[in-house]
Design a protein around this ligand. Structure first.
Ligand SMILES: CC(C)(COP(=O)(O)OP(=O)(O)OC[C@H]1O[C@@H](n2cnc3c(N)ncnc32)[C@H](O)[C@@H]1O)[C@@H](O)C(=O)NCCC(=O)NCCS
Ligand SMILES: Nc1ncnc2c1ncn2[C@@H]1O[C@H](COP(=O)(O)OP(=O)(O)OP(=O)(O)O)[C@@H](O)[C@H]1O
Length: 198
């Protein structure tokens, strides 16, 4: 029996960091962000739909989607964000389901679905238990600003485009507190894996 684990949290709360730890324990991870990038490459219908909805202003010179430009639009406008979500999410969901079922067929002991918007998009039905990577608000803001070289205002817009981490924490089956060191977080993952017999 494969245990299907949902991994979520807020932007820059540490999902990819935790995902890496699962992989280090030989547990495969399906990454929604990675899939969302792959399904918008030139030539796909998703790419065409994005260009149709947002215009050529969101393209780089080589024709690829300019992620910084598209991000600047959608993180500052809920309606535009919904438009992009409606184009991209169904395709991502389908691909995630397919990959999940493939791993189950292979009989792996566990698989992790790393989905930033798991709660916002009501995707709980895809997984058996949800693990939320939590940090306090100040840490989240600082790590996001540092990683993406964002001004405080840009970072805040992105944070506020998502359900609050406090609310996600309340809904979680398990919480990983990632405010401490990487080693602290690794220790929590080891505990959880032991508890789950993985
Ligand atoms: C707007 C885009 C082009 C910006 O790209 P960029 O390379 O700057 O960011 P990246 O894709 O790495 O996402 C970083 C983080 O932003 C947050 N985020 C991304 N999209 C959204 C969204 N629609 N709503 C809220 N938060 C989001 C997530 O926490 C994600 O982990 C890109 O995020 C995108 O295509 N988003 C729509 C698809 C989506 O919802 N992806 C998230 C999971 S399916
Ligand atoms: N425990 C930690 N201590 C210090 N820095 C950390 C820790 N965990 C993560 N970071 C750093 O914080 C930033 C955000 O982490 P990460 O990229 O894992 O978050 P994420 O939730 O996957 O982000 P996104 O939602 O944008 O995909 C990264 O620069 C990462 O190196």
């Amino acid at each position: 029996m494969t245990v299907v684990i949902g991994l979520t949290g807020g932007i820059a709360s540490g999902k990819s960091t935790v995902a890496k730890m699962f992989r280090a324990h030989s547990i495969p991870v399906i990454d929604a962000d990675e899939i969302a990038k792959a399904v918008v490459v030139q030539g796909t219908s998703t790419y065409k739909n994005i260009v149709q909805a947002f215009g050529k202003q969101v393209l780089q010179e080589d024709g690829d989607i300019d992620r910084a430009k598209l991000g600047a639009i959608i993180f500052n406008d809920e309606q535009q964000r919904n438009t992009l979500n409606q184009i991209v999410h169904p395709v991502v969901r389908k691909e995630m389901l397919m990959q999940r079922d493939q791993y189950i067929k292979e009989g792996v002991s566990a698989v992790v679905l790393d989905i930033p918007l798991l709660y916002e998009s009501n995707l709980m039905y895809l997984v058996e238990k949800v693990l939320v990577v939590w940090v306090d608000q100040q840490t989240q803001l600082q790590r996001l600003m540092k990683r993406n070289n964002f001004l405080q205002e840009e970072a805040r817009a992105r944070i506020h485009s998502q359900m609050s981490l406090e609310k996600k924490k309340e809904m979680a089956d398990y919480i990983i507190d990632n405010t401490g060191s990487i080693e602290d977080t690794e220790a929590q993952i080891r505990c959880i894996l032991q508890e789950w017999g993985l």
